[in-house]
Ligand binder design. Structure first.
Ligand SMILES: C[S@@+](CC[C@H](N)C(=O)[O-])C[C@H]1O[C@@H](n2cnc3c(N)ncnc32)[C@H](O)[C@@H]1O
Length: 327
């Protein structure tokens, strides 16, 4: 992929978020408090977002918190259980969990619910505020869940974190602007025999290049252009399954003399996510890099990791998920 925007600068942007202030707005709508907002304009993340060089991930996550419910939390816990091969009843009690690029904070919450001691951090102050809000809602005053602002590209910050039994970074490292540096930076944070769980966008060659151009335009455009791009992508996504649907209905009609009853399609996506938030995150998600599963496998094998679980997106659009064990 072409080079993304300039690497994030390192520096003093890894503060605890608790003092930032999160509160329920009118009608119970949650939004980041004023302290965080004013603090945000002084951070590198905010400058990059304002320049159109970075998607406002955290603002998207703030809207996701409005639809978060117990079913989504349970789905997030199941996704951790499945990929970490945790049998039913086996918890993460006594294990440490580092959530890099925690976003909404949903997976930090899931890990904490499963008994892990959790450290969450994110580069975007609004994502930090979202994670802090989830801790306030579900584990108020919990000393075993730390939330900070920090960057996975900041070696000074990472050096102070220590080692973790599970290092989790789902859909993050390809959004840093320096994916291979980020992939290298997370390796030393995994304790011996610990797990590294990452998800990285699949390299689809020219299709990935096309999406990169859409994302770039989305971030550099004004609100009208963004709405138009989103509407175009929504229409494209809705129309994609149509030829298959028409063909299968024609076949069913010929066989049974009537159209087949179709189940409702609005089942929540895996991991407890929200379809609309996911679409916006996908269209806007910038910086954006991709990698083949082979490249990721080789990268970590050379660094003393063994692949223990793989879930690919079948060569299509989306993320490949990897769980490695540190030897
Ligand atoms: C697509 S979201 C994924 C959030 C979460 N991991 C999940 O699975 O839902 C990507 C997140 O990575 C964060 N991020 C991007 N660059 C980062 C960096 N250098 N260090 C830490 N977090 C970063 C973004 O702010 C955003 O919250």
């Amino acid at each position: 992929m072409g080079a993304g925007p300039a690497k994030q600068r390192t520096g003093d942007h890894h503060r605890g978020a608790a003092a930032g202030g999160v509160r329920a707005g009118p009608g119970g709508r949650w939004h980041p408090g004023p302290t965080l907002r004013s603090r945000a304009v002084t951070t590198d993340a905010a400058a990059e977002i304002a320049a159109g060089d970075r998607f406002a991930f955290g603002e998207n996550w703030a809207r996701f918190l409005e639809v978060l419910d117990d079913d989504r939390i349970a789905a997030a816990e199941t996704s951790l259980r499945t990929m970490l091969d945790l049998p039913d009843g086996d918890e993460l009690t006594g294990r440490s969990f580092l959530d890099i690029g925690s976003g909404s904070g949903l997976f930090s919450l899931a890990a904490r619910n499963l008994g892990a001691t959790v450290h969450s951090f994110d580069f975007d102050p609004h994502s930090v505020a979202c994670t802090t809000e989830l801790r306030r809602r579900y584990h108020p005053g919990d000393p075993d869940w730390t939330v900070q602002q920090g960057s996975v590209l900041d070696p000074g910050y990472l050096a102070g974190l220590g080692l973790f039994d599970i290092v989790y970074s789902w859909g993050v490292l390809h959004h840093t602007g320096a994916m291979w540096d980020a992939l290298a930076n997370v390796a030393p944070l995994v304790a011996p025999h610990g797990r590294l769980f990452i998800a990285i966008y699949n390299d689809q060659g020219t299709a990935s290049n096309r999406w990169a151009r859409v994302k770039r335009r989305y971030n550099q455009g004004g609100p009208g252009q963004r709405r138009a791009i989103l509407a175009g992508v929504r229409a494209y996504e809705a129309a994609k399954p149509l030829p298959t649907l028409v063909a299968s209905q024609a076949y069913y009609l010929a066989q049974h003399g009537r159209l087949r009853h179709l189940p409702k399609a609005d089942v929540a996506p895996a991991r407890g996510m929200d379809r609309d938030r996911d679409l916006i995150d996908w269209v806007g998600g910038w910086p954006f890099e991709v990698a083949t599963p082979e490249a990721i496998f080789d990268f970590y094998r050379e660094r003393g990791f063994t692949l223990v679980h793989l879930a690919t997106c079948g060569g299509g659009l989306g993320c490949n998920e990897f769980v490695f064990r540190r030897d």
